[in-house]
Design a binder for this molecule. Structure first.
Ligand SMILES: NC(=O)c1ccc[n+]([C@@H]2O[C@H](COP(=O)([O-])OP(=O)(O)OC[C@H]3O[C@@H](n4cnc5c(N)ncnc54)[C@H](OP(=O)(O)O)[C@@H]3O)[C@@H](O)[C@H]2O)c1
Length: 285
């Protein structure tokens, strides 16, 4: 796809939205980022108005309701935003001839596989968030002949609280930390993902792709690495089973993503984590 174009980012104040904004700014792209308060994607009329005034040729749709437990408690709202909002964006792209990049998630999988999920694996979500994001994928497929659906996983980055910032704040007040050892995924730095998305869509065919940092880890391994790379090795971490916590929403136990279809060679998650900590808090990485 030719990259000289007018780009629209939905959810631009979110964690990935901010990383995309930074990446497009760096590349000198012509883009507009719309936050939730600029555009509520569930408002179909407003979505169409925005498209006819901005006339984007490419939309990176990063807006979503990402609160996994919140989605479980309020499924109607989850589907309204993640499915209905995505349908509105897809239809507006169809009517205006814009290309769409929809960001989806590893949580479309049930987690029963023992090795990284590829794009050929069948989704089977086990929570409302995953189901609503998969329903969003379906709306994209139904509305458009050509699209990018990009699934990623376990994001951390600037802009809001995430697992990394949570572990760092728990470490200030709690010891030992009890962290789940039987949830495994691919921790991914939003800056690497944003760079990967922009680079990938520039010269690849539309389709379904997984983009994430390389390697995978359990939450326990990730927490240990966060503490080690930020100079808090003294904080004790005890591995526990997810069943020891009362979860509102079930999470897939294994949702690492295989990324060989994109072949971007993004850094290993440990390097990505060190980069993030260096930028985020002057960590000792
Ligand atoms: N976080 C992860 O671990 C992860 C993993 C895999 C895939 N993803 C996907 O990656 C994308 C970006 O995730 P993220 O972590 O950057 O999420 P995020 O930080 O929660 O950002 C999502 C943004 O969407 C906005 N939003 C929510 N409802 C909206 C609505 N009705 N209309 C317009 N905007 C709305 C939110 O605004 P408010 O906060 O103001 O409501 C927020 O700024 C999402 O599609 C997500 O499903 C995330």
């Amino acid at each position: 796809m030719e990259i000289k174009r007018k780009i629209l980012i939905t959810g631009s104040n979110g964690m990935l939205g901010q990383a995309l904004t930074g990446q497009l700014q760096e590349k000198g792209e012509d883009f507009t980022g719309l936050s939730h308060s600029d555009l509520d994607i569930t408002d179909k009329k407003k979505v169409l108005e925005v498209f006819s005034s901005l006339k984007p040729s490419l939309v990176i749709h990063a807006a979503a309701w990402t609160d996994v437990d919140g989605c479980e408690r309020e499924p109607k709202k989850a589907f309204l935003i993640n499915e209905g909002g995505t349908e509105n964006i897809s239809m507006a792209c169809m009517k205006n001839g814009a290309n769409l990049v929809y960001i989806s998630t590893d949580f479309v999988f049930d987690g029963k596989k023992k090795e990284p999920y590829t794009e050929d694996d069948k989704p089977n979500p086990i929570n409302v968030y995953g189901a609503s994001k998969l329903a969003g994928e379906e709306k994209v497929r139904q509305s458009l002949k050509s699209y990018y659906i990009i699934r990623s996983s376990w994001l951390f980055g600037q802009g809001r609280h995430n697992f990394v910032t949570r572990v760092l704040s728990w470490a200030k007040t709690q010891s030992p930390l009890k962290i789940v050892e039987d949830h495994v995924g691919t921790p991914t730095y939003t800056r690497d993902l944003a760079r990967g998305i922009v680079q990938f869509i520039q010269d690849s065919s539309p389709g379904l792709y997984h983009i994430a940092n390389s390697g995978h880890a359990s939450r326990y391994e990730l927490a240990k690495a966060i503490l080690a790379y930020s100079g808090h090795e003294e904080v004790e971490v005890i591995p526990v089973r997810h069943k020891d916590f009362s979860e509102v929403a079930h999470r897939p136990v294994f949702s690492a993503l295989g990324t060989s279809r994109v072949n971007l060679n993004l850094p290993h998650w440990q390097e990505a984590l060190k980069d993030y900590l260096r930028e985020f808090s002057g960590g000792r990485a």
